[in-house]
Design a protein around this ligand. Structure first.
Ligand code: AMP
Ligand code: ZN
Length: 283
């Protein structure tokens, strides 16, 4: 790990990974042992490793999986999440999008929005609604350093200030939104994959067939090439953003937030985007 000036064996890597996570949890005041945590698990390496580690560290952590109805890919994702639930003896809740509304393939056909954008919307909506209704104080996701820096780069290149103000590892609870945290934000994809492998966590390796939009994949590759030449760039890009740029935004600017007229979830418009999606699909 040139960016940390470290080279470790498997056992030491696990120790290092766990200590580093604890430090991140503390540094950003993510949660305490009193919190009821809901881990959003996709069946992938990051979120399953996160759930595993939080349980190992003695946190009260249940999980939520959204079954997106994407054929075999979704079936496998659910199965991997179920397998870990059995191993951890921890509760896994499942929201079935096909029953609640319609699967992603169907939703995509009925709207002009891209599959990834619809998927992001239904996930965010369900994480928040489920957590609040069931009394969870924090939602934890498995976003890693590669996820965060690629989206940061894309938002910088487009000067998308709205998103640049919200790329924080912690979003505090506000006006109907449950607190959101990303405890793995400082780990690269390789590091979380290695931690999962070393702990015998079976995860889904395939990419979603709709896959991430091509630009995200391209930005990740680009950042990896820069990282190879200048180790430490990714971590610095992210940490300096948190230290220097994020504080310049007024994060508590939620003056425009109302309650959706239909479902009561927080929304900047009278009817939230999830309910609008619902209206289109039942038509
Ligand atoms: P992604 O947007 O696919 O890169 O995933 C980012 C994070 O969102 C993952 O690490 C999970 O914590 C969460 N997530 C993604 N897909 C699902 C899903 N189908 N169900 C529950 N959580 C998910
Ligand atoms: Zn609504």
């Amino acid at each position: 790990m040139p960016h940390h000036r470290l080279a470790l064996c498997g056992k030491d890597f696990i120790n290092w990974f766990e200590r580093y996570t604890k430090r991140t949890l503390k540094e950003f005041r993510m949660f305490s042992h009193k919190d009821k945590i809901l881990v959003a698990v996709s069946g992938g390496k990051d979120s399953l490793a996160l759930w595993y580690l939080l349980c190992k560290l003695g946190y009260r952590a249940d999980a939520l999986h959204i079954n997106l109805g994407i054929g075999e890919y979704s079936e496998k994702s659910l199965q991997k999440s179920r397998d870990l639930s059995l191993r951890l003896k921890a509760e896994l809740f499942v929201v079935d999008l096909s029953k609640e509304l319609a699967g992603i393939p169907e939703l995509q056909e009925k709207t002009v929005r891209e599959a990834c954008s619809i998927c992001g919307l239904v996930k965010r909506y369900n994480f928040n609604k489920f957590a609040r209704e069931k009394g969870y104080s924090v939602v934890a996701t498995g976003h890693n350093l590669d996820d965060e820096t690629s989206s940061l780069l894309s938002n910088v290149l487009n000067w998308n200030l709205k998103y640049l103000g919200r790329k924080s590892p912690v979003l505090e609870e506000e006006k109907g939104f449950v607190k959101k945290v990303k405890p793995f934000c400082k780990f690269t994809e390789k590091e979380t994959a290695l931690y999962a492998l070393l702990n015998g966590i079976d995860f889904i390796e395939e990419e979603c067939p709709f896959s991430k939009d091509a630009s995200t994949v391209f930005y990740k590759e680009l950042l990896n090439r820069i990282e190879e030449k200048f180790p430490g760039t990714k971590l610095r890009f992210y940490l300096e953003y948190i230290r220097k740029i994020l504080p310049k935004f007024n994060q508590t600017d939620t003056t425009d937030l109302k309650k959706c007229k239909i479902c009561g979830e927080p929304s900047p418009t009278d009817v939230c985007s999830f309910c609008r999606l619902k209206e289109i699909t039942v038509r």
